[in-house]
Design a protein around this ligand. Structure first.
Ligand code: GLU
Length: 372
């Protein structure tokens, strides 16, 4: 199927447009956004659209007339505080020309990784879409600190796609997509048109391909595609740094499509599948793997190894002997407690820990298993 048709077929799309498209020499690229909104109007008039847009830091830097590259986090946050207004102002103006309304949503890592807060943002986004308002989302850079930050809007967009249960994630960028080698250094580099499995080879291809503005490059785009794929959402990376990018896509049909092999998930399992904030992992035996596949909870008896430090309520990964990721879940116990009860029958939990805890370490309702 042609790529534009694939986009047209989707009901709900998250579109990520980065600074390399929206900012030109420190200024907002109004002409580009105008051409893009024209495209949305002609091709995706009936689709529910959520936009993840960046450029706040860059616009704020120009506004405050900062030339130096070395700025600390607080200054960057100040840039974002200034620039975000300009960013939104431009969006309001461009969409107004097409008689469309927009709204601003600023999210942090903590908002998407906390189930309750992510549900709150979902409800807000739903109400906006119902009122025909296009949500424009960015990371809340003014409050996010380095250790608890997305840092790139690619992964933020993937998490937003999970929150809104989108069918498709579009990542517009300044190249045609993922190449098998860096096209700047290899004349024979080929565009990878279709990916059905994101493995280390795909990451290797991506690792050398970066752009000049955003913090992401190709690597975070692959990470985003992997996150989206985990809850059954496909991702398309294609060239956006030209006017009327969708019209162009109609003509050249070029891009990298990442097809998810997972079934679409709902509710808690959907949120867990896309979660990024992983605190540790458990290695489990084959008996436990079979039990989980049959819908059981994870009991202490099947746990072989505890990796990392996590607390009760944290999201942890479930792995097999070889370290293959099988899924994720919310742990009922702290890591040191799991260390004490691993391999034991649940009846021994009370004797071992000194209190009567749950018989399972991860309850099946709080467990996501990958289909792969
Ligand atoms: N959120 C940042 C901004 O608006 C950019 C993050 C990114 O480059 O992806 O400037």
């Amino acid at each position: 199927m042609k790529k534009l048709q694939l986009i047209k077929n989707a009901k709900k799309i998250v579109i990520k447009i980065g600074s390399s498209l929206l900012i030109d020499n420190g200024k907002f690229n109004y002409k580009w956004l105008k051409s893009f909104v024209e495209d949305l109007d002609s091709f995706l008039n009936k689709t529910q659209i959520i936009i993840v847009a960046s450029g706040a830091v860059s616009l704020g830097k120009s506004y405050l007339k900062f030339n130096t590259h070395e700025v600390n986090l607080n200054i960057k946050q100040a840039f974002a505080a200034c620039g975000q207004i300009f960013l939104m102002n431009n969006f309001i103006k461009v969409f107004e020309e097409k008689k469309k309304k927009v709204a601003q949503i600023l999210l942090t890592f903590a908002d998407t990784e906390d189930r309750r807060r992510s549900l709150n943002s979902r409800e807000t986004i739903k109400s906006l879409l119902l009122s025909n308002v296009i949500p424009i989302i960015n990371e809340n850079d003014t409050v996010a600190t380095d250790e608890l930050k997305f840092g790139d809007n690619d992964r933020l967009a993937a998490r937003v796609a999970q929150i809104v249960e989108a069918d498709l994630l579009l990542l517009l960028t300044d190249v045609e997509g993922l190449y098998n080698k860096n096209p700047k250094h290899h004349g024979d580099a080929k565009l990878v048109e279709k990916v059905t499995k994101i493995d280390s080879q795909i990451y290797k291809m991506a690792s050398s391909q970066t752009n000049s503005y955003g913090s992401g490059g190709m690597l975070t785009k692959i990470q985003a595609a992997e996150i989206a794929g985990s809850y059954g959402c496909n991702t398309l990376i294609f060239q956006g740094n030209i006017e009327n990018p969708l019209k162009n896509l109609k003509k050249n049909d070029k891009g990298s499509l990442f097809i998810s092999s997972e079934k679409k998930k709902k509710g808690m399992k959907n949120w867990l599948a896309g979660s990024i904030n992983i605190s540790g992992a458990l290695e489990i035996d084959n008996g436990a793997i079979d039990a989980l596949k049959n819908g059981a909870s994870l009991l202490p008896s099947g746990i072989q190894r505890v990796l990392g430090k996590f607390s009760k309520g944290d999201i942890i990964e479930i792995k097999d002997y070889n370290g293959k990721k099988l899924g994720k879940g919310i742990s009922y116990y702290d890591a040191n407690e799991v260390e004490m009860i691993k391999g034991k029958k649940s009846a021994l939990i009370k004797k071992t820990l000194g209190y009567e805890g749950r018989e399972e370490v991860i309850h099946r309702d709080y467990l996501y298993l990958s289909e792969r």
